[in-house]
Structure formats: structure tokens, C-alpha cells
Design a protein around this ligand. Structure first.
Ligand code: FPP
Length: 252
């Protein structure tokens, strides 16, 4: 039988995306890079709609990395204004569609206005369950692991944790996205084939899918292709094909 993307067992529960190519998209049109970021924000909406329509449980978008703060001051400023405007404009509609919105990353680096909007959006949408939308902002996979280590060290000092009993489950519980299934499918637009310090721990068994399409040009047809390709993958999680043969779903 040919697998189809509509086959639920072969549908990703959680998609994580590196949205790359906004700058090049704008440069090709001889426009400032920030023009590309604004176009990229429209693709974010398209992607959220796609996930709602396909009943994907979780979507995690890499919007701004720990390293992106080092970009030219004007570009960082324009991105911050775009985040603020997007939060002001989109949160009510996301809420109406039952989206739970959360942020992972080093929040202290953002302005008070952005932090306040982030907190407001998280509080407003906390009880929603149609889609878990997580925006990784000022985020790095290494930062995430280090902040989990800090939490563990604090718990050990306080006597709440015995270092000898620390295991992978207890460690993962201190990372971002700890209450979500690990990403099944990673998508990166823009032609580069790397993870770029995204969810380093959480993507241990994630299927990777790359496209040359620049983020603002991504459309539903291409997202369908990513799902169809995912449906053909044999996920072994370290086992043999024979061991996983009868059910090709998610690990218990
Ligand atoms: C990478 O493209 C993109 C970013 C660093 C910013 C992502 C931001 C958005 C998609 C806009 C809005 C997002 C939200 C959540 C409201 P790049 O600039 O590195 O492109 P390049 O590789 O062509 O230079």
C-alpha cells in the first residue's frame, strides 16, 4: 500500500521549522532585507493555517536565534518592531482559532513591551488545544541545554534532586517544549542543510526535510510535499526494521 500524508499514523504530530531565506528573497527584488522579513510573517500565517487544517498538534518556529542579536542594528530593530506588531495584530485571531501560543528563548533580552505581549499572549491562549504554536525567539539549542543544567544544579543544591538519579526524562523535563512530543519533522527552507543550533536535544530522532525554496515563497503545495515525504520514512528509533514492522507510528 502506498502511504499517504493523510494516514494519521504517518502524519507528524510536531513540526519544527527553520524559516530561512527572507533576506535573499528581498535582495533578489532589490529591496531591504526587512521587506523579506515582512513577507516572511505572511508565510508564518500560511503555515499556522496549514497545521490547523491538517490537525498537526504542534508547530515550532525558529524566529530569532541567540546569534541573530549580532546582525546589523537596523535589521534587529526592524525584526523587533515586526514581532511587536505581529503580536498586537495576530494574537486575537490565533486565540479564536484555538491556538496555544508560547515562546521559548532568553526572554530577558527583549524589551519590556515585547515581554509583556509575550506573557499576555501566553496567558490568553493557555487553555487552547487546537495547535501548540511555539515561537523560538532569542533561542539556541545550546542555551536551552545550559539553562536546563542550571535548573538541575539549583534543584540539587536545594536538595530537591539527587544527581545519581538524574536520567534523560528528568533532564528533558527542564528543556523548552518539555510538555510536547519531540518534533517528528524538521523543515528548513532557504537551501542550507543544517540545524543551526535549533532544538539540539529534542531533535535526536527527528526526520529532516530541506528545500531550496526561500521562506516567503513557501506554499501549501510544498508543505504537502514535506508531509508526503515524511509519510514514506521508516522511523526506527534505533531498532531494526523487523522490530518495528507492524506499527510505524511514534515511540511509546
Ligand atoms: C531568516 O532569514 C529569518 C529570520 C532571522 C527571521 C524570521 C522572521 C520571520 C519569518 C518574520 C516574522 C516572524 C514572526 C514569528 C512574527 P534570513 O534573514 O537569515 O535570510 P537569508 O538567509 O536569505 O539572509
Amino acid at each position: 500500500m502506498i502511504a499517504t500524508a493523510s494516514d494519521d499514523a504517518r502524519k507528524p504530530r510536531h513540526i519544527a521549522i527553520v524559516m530561512d531565506g527572507n533576506g535573499r528573497w528581498a535582495e533578489r527584488r532589490r529591496r531591504p532585507r526587512t521587506f523579506g522579513h515582512r513577507a516572511g510573517a505572511r508565510t508564518v500565517k500560511l503555515c499556522v493555517r496549514f497545521c490547523l487544517e491538517h490537525r498537526i498538534e504542534a508547530l515550532t518556529l525558529f524566529a530569532f536565534s541567540s546569534e541573530n542579536w549580532k546582525r546589523p542594528k537596523e535589521e534587529v530593530g526592524a525584526l523587533m518592531s515586526l514581532f511587536l506588531r505581529s503580536l498586537d495584530r495576530e494574537v486575537d485571531e490565533l486565540h479564536r482559532h484555538g491556538v496555544r501560543l508560547r515562546f521559548i528563548g532568553e526572554r530577558a533580552h527583549f524589551s519590556a513591551a515585547i515581554r509583556e505581549r509575550m506573557h499576555g499572549a501566553e496567558t490568553l491562549t493557555a487553555a487552547n488545544s487546537a495547535l501548540n504554536l511555539t515561537i523560538a525567539a532569542s533561542y539556541g539549542g545550546r542555551w536551552d541545554i545550559v539553562q536546563a543544567c542550571r535548573a538541575i544544579a539549583r534543584d540539587a543544591i536545594d536538595g530537591a534532586l539527587n544527581p545519581d538519579t538524574l536520567d534523560e526524562t528528568a533532564f528533558a523535563a527542564r528543556l523548552g517544549l518539555s510538555d510536547l512530543p519531540e518534533p517528528d519533522l524538521f523543515i528548513r527552507t532557504g537551501g542550507d542543510h543544517r540545524i543551526s543550533n535549533f532544538l539540539l536535544w529534542q531533535m535526536a530522532y527527528t526526520e529532516l526535510w530541506f528545500t531550496d525554496t526561500l521562506w516567503p515563497d513557501l506554499d501549501n503545495a510544498e508543505l504537502e510535499r514535506a508531509l508526503a515525504d515524511f509519510a514514506t520514512r521508516e522511523r526506527r528509533f534505533g531498532l531494526t526494521s523487523a522490530q518495528i514492522a507492524p506499527s510505524q507510528g511514534h515511540p511509546a
